[in-house]
Design a protein around this ligand. Structure first.
Ligand code: 4NP
Length: 153
């Protein structure tokens, strides 16, 4: 199973989601490939934000080797499941994918925590370091739900 986590810049939220889900999948013996990308491409080639790296490291997850990439329409074909971490990101994915994109593969990330939810993971980019732990925690809980669902099925 190939999963893609998508946010705007691919430096704050989706690198955390990639790191956590990769870690939990491995711990649970799930043979998943997890990558991440951003819809705006402003930070292509950059490592994750230092506070995203720090909060992951504090929880035993090393995301320092990730590099930001830009979300492309072909990714909708290449991945089995694409998680939009925010509503504006979902809309961008739809726009980039065009009218024939298989949007059934694209889900709101937090809908795995609360069924039917269209809520967004808050963007910590505009705030200070204190915003990163709550973002880590909500992503962690949601990744737990994703893995639990997979183990049940
Ligand atoms: P992310 O946060 O989408 O969680 O990576 C952002 C990072 C950078 C920008 C926006 C959001 N930016 O506009 O540069």
């Amino acid at each position: 199973m190939k999963i893609l986590m998508v946010c705007l810049g691919n430096i704050c939220r989706s690198p955390i989601a990639e790191g956590i889900l990769q870690h939990k999948a491995k711990q649970n013996g799930l043979d998943w490939t997890v990558h991440s990308a951003g819809t705006n491409g402003y930070h292509i080639g950059e490592a994750p934000h230092r506070f995203s790296q720090k909060v992951c490291k504090q929880h035993g997850i090393d995301i320092s080797r990730q590099r930001a990439t830009c979300f492309l329409s072909r990714h909708i074909e290449e991945y089995d499941l694409i998680y939009a971490l925010a509503e504006d990101v979902y809309e961008e994915i739809k726009k980039i994918g065009g009218p024939n994109a298989p949007m059934h593969k694209v889900k709101m990330f937090l809908s795995e925590l609360h069924e039917g939810s269209t809520a967004s993971v808050p963007d910590p980019w505009y705030g200070d370091e204190s915003g990163y732990l709550p973002v880590y925690q909500i992503i962690d809980q949601t990744c737990d739900a994703i893995v639990a669902k997979a183990l049940k099925s």
